[in-house]
Ligand binder design. Structure first.
Ligand SMILES: C[S@@+](CC[C@H](N)C(=O)[O-])C[C@H]1O[C@@H](n2cnc3c(N)ncnc32)[C@H](O)[C@@H]1O
Length: 204
């Protein structure tokens, strides 16, 4: 992993994902999370403040040691017991049917083999478990899609592998049934990066 990914990008990520609009989305999504929880792509730990107190246990994975270093400061300041692993979502060491809830916030855009990570997410969820997600991805508007496709190569460089144009709903439906899905443009952000998919899914 290069200097930009390990040192520069984590600070950029923490700054860019800390705003009030993101905080409101985090709070709304995470209030229903329960039990033994896994978060994939934990980033700098910006979700930590919004997990319910009743949470039993939180395990987090993210392959970037630079973002994990920032996350550790938030983990140490939190009352939640966190098991942290610097690994990728495509290959999880946990047993089948371990977690009541899996969480992903703006992470499916950045996982290189996203279909493999979703297969792993489904594998480690209990049969009655739920997958909580908020992601940005492919817009339904053709003119926005055009720019999402044009700008993705640049975005991947700046944002460390992030695609603007992933078809999030179609990807999710390969492994999950959607219990709830809201799609919308987040106000105040460029349309290419702000078509959000927020919801809850169960194993298909
Ligand atoms: C846009 S950031 C979102 C961070 C965090 N979820 C948040 O809401 O602030 C995407 C995250 O995905 C992580 N990521 C990249 N590749 C990954 C992989 N293969 N498995 C799991 N996470 C990955 C990155 O390190 C980064 O922390």
């Amino acid at each position: 992993m290069g200097f930009y990914s390990r040192v520069v990008f984590p600070r950029l990520l923490d700054w860019s994902m800390s705003g009030a609009a993101f905080a409101a989305q985090r709070q709304q999504l995470l209030k229903e999370v329960t039990g033994n929880v896994l978060e994939i792509g934990f980033g700098t730990g910006l979700n930590l403040a919004y997990y319910p107190e009743a949470l039993e246990q939180l395990t987090i994975v993210d392959p970037n040691p630079g973002v994990n270093a920032i996350a550790q400061k938030r983990i140490q300041a939190s009352d939640i017991q966190v098991q942290s692993q610097i690994i990728s979502g495509e290959s999880l060491p946990m047993a089948d049917e371990t977690f009541d809830s899996v969480v992903s916030t703006w992470t499916l855009c950045s996982i290189p083999q996203v279909e493999q990570a979703l297969a792993e997410t489904a594998r480690v969820l209990k049969p009655e478990g739920r997958f909580f997600f908020i992601e940005h991805g492919l817009s339904p508007e053709p003119d926005v899609q055009l720019w999402q496709n044009r700008l993705t190569p640049v975005q991947k460089i700046i944002a460390d592998g992030c695609y603007l144009n992933r078809p999030i709903q179609a990807l999710l439906e390969q492994r999950f049934k959607l219990l709830r899905l809201d799609t919308f443009y987040e106000p105040g952000f460029p349309k290419v990066a702000s078509y959000f998919y927020r919801g809850i899914a169960a194993k298909a």
